[in-house]
Structures are given as structure tokens and as C-alpha cells.
Write a protein that binds this ligand. Structure first.
Ligand code: NAD
Ligand code: MG
Length: 402
């Protein structure tokens, strides 16, 4: 029996993880579940999976959650400390399924006690980078890539033949606006940006897929997970989302992992690792899919890819600033306050502010992240709404200062 904890169990990755746990109840015992604000779903999950501990980040829902579970022997807690406490519970395997840097404190808690951490929360690794890897090494923890592209690479990356690896190739669906001009994208509203052609995911990553900031974050994530330099990480647009990523070897062999566009497969891989488990209904029929196509990404329409590469070359706190500015800008876009193409403009402008040194500790990562968010909020609060020469509503902002 494997003991597991799911951080962010009420999200898209979290719900898929729970389905897998429930598919083989003899094999898994749940220690803790955490949610952000959806206490009704969290209560329902706790009733089904019977963890010893349940934590909700939004403390306003504590009483409701507690009352809903009053008849069960389940400890209930609320607030950010409760999330860290959930991660401290002695589960062998922890899914890091919270979205954004909000997931860093609990994830690092699981790392520090040497757990096997299934890694979906890319924002944590992008922001904490080398600091996170040092923590992993110090504690002897294991990071297993759960993001579909990184999981694909993990499955075909022959560590013993590392010197013979030429490059890794991340595939990208291209998102809902793959064929639009930059100007057409500018007019898109949240509902349109959220409608991903292949994947059903949380709101933040869906917007990141539309801007391709998700692929930018994934370049940085791949750099850290596989110790590959930026110039040996390629991105290839593959609209069918069947080939999840590839590793090219110096003998000309290119190894890829294929599967249906569904997080159940990569999550099952890291859940059963180093073994495998069955997942119902995920058999893939290539003759039905018939054709797989690939194209180069367009750096002009998707500047997020260029920004991510610049960020890796710049070092320091650039990746942390990119991530923090993007988290703030995506939330503002979802709230209808800025336009779609403003998201990447905000990130680019924030990256032009005075460079910050690299954080040296997790506490500094959180401190720098908070500063970068405040600076982004201030820049946006002071921005002037304007109508551009194409008649689109956008914003004009002054230089950012950190
Ligand atoms: P989601 O929005 O569906 O779920 C996020 C989870 O985090 C929820 O449980 C939510 O309640 C919780 N949460 C949100 N804010 C919180 C806060 N401030 N404090 C504590 N908990 C909070 O997101 P998702 O799509 O499941 O994505 C989760 C992570 O996995 C992201 O980092 C995303 O990039 C990554 N990821 C997702 C997918 C996917 O298919 N959804 C694929 C690859 C990687
Ligand atoms: Mg991905």
C-alpha cells in the first residue's frame, strides 16, 4: 500500500489524480487532501477517500467544511499553515497540484521530508529554480515530472546516455489561437481564450496555453528538470497533442512518448513509478487519428517563447519575475481588466525593470515573488486604458520599478 497526499485535490490535476487513486483503492491510502476555496467538492472528496487530514486555503470556509465532515474521523484545518501541515503528514508520494507560487510552501515541505513529489505545479520550479533543486538534493527527495511534456521526456530520456543526447523537443498544441494574427488575438475575451482545443484544464494554465506562456514556463521547467541548456530545448507545434515530447540522440534516433491528450496517463505513470498501472479507456488508435502534423512556432505571434529564452539567458531573478508578472496579468485578464495581448506585454515590461539577483533561499523566493507581484499590480493600477490604432482597447503603462 502506498500512502499519498494530494495538494490541490479540487483542481483539474487533483481530480484526475483522485480518479486514479479510486480506481485501485487497495493500492493507495490517502493521508491528506487540500483545496483552495471549493469546500463542497473538498468535503465530497474527503467523504469518498477518507484521508486523515483535510486543509482548505480559504479560511472563510473552515466552519462549513468542518460541519460537512463532522460525522467522520477527519481532522479539518484552514489557512496557508494548514496546507503546509498537510504536506508534512507522512505520505510517501505527494502530488504538487496547486496552481502558482501559492503551492511553493507546501510543496517544499513535502520535499524537505524526502517524499516522492509528483510535479505538476511548474510555477514553483520556474520561480525557485536552483534553490528548489538544492532542497531536493539536500533532502534526498524525488521529483517526478507530471506535466505531460516533461513526463514524456522522462519516459524516453536515457540518463546513462546523457552525453549522447543532442536535444529535447517539447511539443505544443498551439492553443486556441494558433492560427490567429496578433491583432485578432487582441480582441479575444476570457471565454474564448479558455476554450482549449485538446485539453480540459484549470483556468490559469488554459490562458497560458493560449498565450503560449505555458510553453515558455515549460522550457524553463525542462531546463531545471533535465539539466539541459536553453539552446538544446526546442519547441515544436503539434496541434493533435498526441506526441507529448521527444528526445533526439546523436545517433539520429528520436524517441517520443505518445498518448491521448489526457493527464490521466502521465499522472498514472508517476503514481505507479517505477512500475506502471492500468488506466481504463486510454488506449490510442493511431489509424483513427491518421495524421500527425508538426510546425515551427511563430515567435512574432507568440512572444512568450522568446521571453522565456531571454529569461533563461539572463539568469538572476528573471524567471521569478516573469512568472509573478504573468500570474498577476492572467488574473487581470480573467477579471476583464486587460486585453489578451496585454498579458505578455505586461510580462515583457516587468522584465525590463532593474534586474534582481537570484534568490538564495525559499524564503527569498517568496519575498522576491511578493515584491514582483506588488510591482506588477502597481504598474497596472497606474496604467491608462487607451484605444490603439486598430480600434482595440488596451492599456498604456509607464516603466515598471521593482
Ligand atoms: P486548477 O485551477 O484546476 O486547480 C488548482 C488547485 O490549486 C485547486 O485545488 C485550487 O483550489 C488550488 N489553489 C488555487 N489557489 C490556491 C491557493 N492560493 N492556495 C492553495 N490552493 C490553491 O489548476 P490545474 O489545471 O489543476 O493546474 C494545477 C497545476 O498543474 C498548475 O501549475 C498547472 O500549470 C499544472 N498543470 C496542469 C495541467 C492540466 O491539465 N490541468 C497539465 C500540466 C500541468
Ligand atoms: Mg504541459
Amino acid at each position: 500500500m502506498k500512502t499519498v497526499t494530494v495538494l490541490g485535490s479540487t483542481g483539474s490535476v487533483g481530480c484526475t489524480t483522485l480518479q486514479l487513486l479510486e480506481s485501485d483503492p487497495e493500492r493507495f491510502h490517502v493521508q491528506a487532501l487540500t483545496g483552495g476555496g471549493n469546500w463542497t467538492l473538498l468535503a465530497d472528496q474527503a467523504r469518498r477517500l477518507r484521508p486523515g487530514f483535510v486543509a482548505i486555503a480559504d479560511a472563510r470556509h473552515y466552519q462549513s467544511l468542518k460541519a460537512a465532515l463532522a460525522d467522520l474521523p477527519i481532522e479539518v484545518a484552514a489557512g496557508p499553515q494548514a496546507l503546509t501541515e498537510a504536506a508534512r503528514r507522512p505520505a510517501e508520494w505527494v502530488m504538487a497540484g496547486i496552481v502558482g507560487v501559492a503551492g511553493l510552501p507546501p510543496t517544499i515541505e513535502a520535499v524537505r521530508r524526502g517524499a516522492v513529489v509528483a510535479f505538476a505545479n511548474k510555477e514553483c520550479l520556474v520561480s525557485a529554480g536552483a534553490v528548489m533543486l538544492e532542497e531536493v538534493a539536500r533532502a534526498g527527495a524525488t521529483l517526478l515530472p507530471a506535466d505531460s511534456e516533461h513526463n514524456a521526456i522522462f519516459q524516453v530520456f536515457e540518463e546513462r546516455n546523457r552525453p549522447q543526447i543532442d536535444r529535447i523537443i517539447l511539443t505544443a498544441s498551439g492553443g486556441p489561437f494558433r492560427e490567429l494574427s496578433f491583432m485578432e488575438m487582441g480582441a479575444k475575451k476570457p471565454a474564448q481564450a479558455l476554450a482549449h482545443p485538446n485539453w480540459v484544464m484549470g483556468q490559469k494554465i488554459s490562458i497560458d496555453s493560449a498565450t503560449m506562456m505555458n510553453k515558455g514556463l515549460e522550457i524553463i521547467e525542462a531546463h531545471h528538470l533535465f539539466a539541459m541548456p536553453e539552446d538544446r530545448i526546442d519547441v515544436l507545434v503539434h496541434p493533435q497533442s498526441i506526441v507529448h515530447s521527444l528526445v533526439a540522440y546523436r545517433d539520429g534516433s528520436v524517441l517520443a512518448q505518445l498518448g491521448t491528450p489526457d493527464m490521466a496517463t502521465p499522472i498514472a505513470h508517476v503514481l505507479a513509478w517505477p512500475n506502471r498501472m492500468a488506466v481504463e479507456g486510454r488506449a490510442m488508435n493511431l489509424s483513427e487519428i491518421a495524421s500527425l502534423t508538426f510546425e515551427e512556432p511563430d515567435p512574432l505571434r507568440f512572444p512568450a517563447l522568446r521571453l522565456a529564452r531571454e529569461v533563461l539567458r539572463a539568469g538572476g531573478a528573471a524567471a521569478l519575475i516573469m512568472n509573478a508578472a504573468n500570474e498577476v496579468a492572467v488574473a487581470r485578464f480573467l477579471a476583464g481588466e486587460i486585453g489578451f495581448t496585454d498579458i505578455v506585454r505586461v510580462v515583457e515590461r516587468m522584465l525590463e525593470s532593474a534586474p534582481m539577483r537570484a534568490p538564495g533561499t525559499i524564503a527569498e523566493v517568496l519575498e522576491f515573488d511578493a515584491a514582483a507581484r506588488r510591482a506588477t499590480q502597481t504598474m497596472l493600477d497606474e496604467a491608462t486604458p487607451i484605444r490603439d490604432s486598430n480600434g482595440q482597447d488596451t492599456i498604456a503603462f509607464a516603466a515598471a520599478s521593482l
